[in-house]
Design a protein around this ligand. Structure first.
Ligand code: SF4
Length: 393
């Protein structure tokens, strides 16, 4: 697990459990609306700290536990993972159809460990990062703009908390140009790791073993199968390709088969590559996880030994399911088992494509208007050159 060897500040281990427990005390904070979003990966692992079988420790029981903890709205980062695909997929297609204006390949940008690595080790490639914010960042910006308007609250009266498999996310939310909903306030106020969420449940004496299954709240609580696979290496690439295929052809691909080759879980190669011909457009994709393999890939790109159009990078071995904020088991790596849980959530979901998420469609109809539009540009994208390494808060 990457907690043993992560060089990118992903293991910065600030503990926010007591601060969140105090915020959830309604006597102390009667006027605050407290919103929580949970990333795809915590649902694959949260039950491990309680000795629970994954079939019992579902995302729906995790949602119930968060509700018992006192959060006013229990939302799903899968919602903003779908939104990320709408923005990043369209960004890729824009760059792809204006090839001469950009350096190649385009890199995914949702892993802060990877973004820090690139900016510190290969700063000359920074502009190749997608400008799309991570799902955590997009969620915060939409919570403090669209959702704040919907419930008639000022952004500063909403506290947005994320549950992530990742301690690097604690630092991501501090980066000034990732906070755009309202000047002077953060889009995401706190980020808890999966382990911290579990400690919060223990501190608050949540009766985990007797929880019912409950759903997420609406409207930021829906997610497709394409969103949940963000948690496994290759998942962001596959989700983006599913939607790019739809944009280019007007049809959905076979969600189980068409882009299966980019699923990199358990691969013994340094990175996985695949080439697709979509309506005559040849897209060369590569997926890499862990920073040792990433360095090999970047050196191969620089040496001209390989050429790709779109590259997904995750700093942790196996992707976020193996993240530094997940439950730890000494000398045991569970990323592959957790990835199976992720792909089960995908194949069991009635919605397999980010562009079919009805709440994301409503968000565009009512508020954003279109992917890569003016509001999206302001709220959902960022300039990676706008902050300097090292960045620690
Ligand atoms: Fe965080 Fe996931 Fe990146 Fe690991 S792979 S640093 S858990 S975002």
């Amino acid at each position: 697990q990457c907690i043993t060897h992560c060089p990118t500040n992903a293991l910065h281990s600030r503990d926010d459990v007591m601060e969140i427990a105090n915020l959830l005390d309604k006597e102390k904070n009667p006027d605050k609306v407290i919103v929580v979003q949970t990333a795809p990966s915590p649902r694959t692992a949260w039950g491990e700290d309680f000795g629970l079988d994954p079939e019992f420790a579902t995302e729906r029981r995790m949602a119930a536990a968060l509700r018992r903890a006192g959060f006013d709205y229990v939302f799903d980062t899968n919602f903003s993972a779908d939104l990320t695909i709408m923005e990043e997929g369209n960004e890729f297609l824009h760059r792809f159809t204006h090839k001469e204006d950009y350096a190649w390949p385009m890199f995914t940008s949702c892993c802060p460990g990877w973004v820090r690595f690139l900016k510190s080790q290969y700063p000359e490639m920074t502009d190749q990062l997608s400008t799309a914010k991570s799902p955590q960042g997009m969620f915060g910006a939409i919570t403090k703009s669209y959702f704040a308007e919907k419930i008639g609250k000022a952004p500063e009266d909403i506290i947005c908390i994320s549950v992530m498999p990742c301690s690097a996310k604690k630092e991501e939310l501090e980066i000034p140009n990732l906070n755009d909903a309202k000047e002077g306030i953060k889009d995401v106020d706190y980020s808890l790791t999966t382990r911290e969420m579990n400690r919060l449940f223990k501190y608050l004496n949540i009766d985990i073993e007797n929880l019912p299954e409950e759903g997420f709240d609406s409207p930021l609580g829906s997610g497709t199968g394409a969103a949940v696979i963000f948690g496994a290496t290759g998942g962001v690439m596959e989700a983006a390709l599913r939607t790019c295929y739809f944009v280019l052809t007007g049809d959905n691909p076979d969600a189980d088969e068409t882009f299966k080759a980019v699923r990199a879980t358990g691969s013994d190669k340094p990175w996985v590559e695949a080439e697709y011909n979509v309506n005559g457009a040849i897209v060369r994709a590569a997926v890499v996880n862990s920073l040792g393999n990433t360095r090999k890939l970047l050196e191969a790109l620089k040496a001209g030994e390989v050429e790709y159009d779109f590259v997904e990078v995750m700093a942790c071995p196996g992707g976020c399911v193996g993240g530094g904020g997940q439950p730890i088991h000494f000398n045991e790596e569970r990323a592959t088992d957790r990835a199976k849980v992720i792909y089960n959530y995908d194949s069991n979901n009635k919605m397999r494509f980010s562009h079919e998420n009805p709440d994301v469609q409503t968000l565009y109809d009512e508020f954003l208007k279109e992917p890569l539009g003016e509001k999206s540009h302001h709220l959902l994208h960022t300039d990676h050159q706008g902050w300097q390494m090292p960045f620690f808060k």
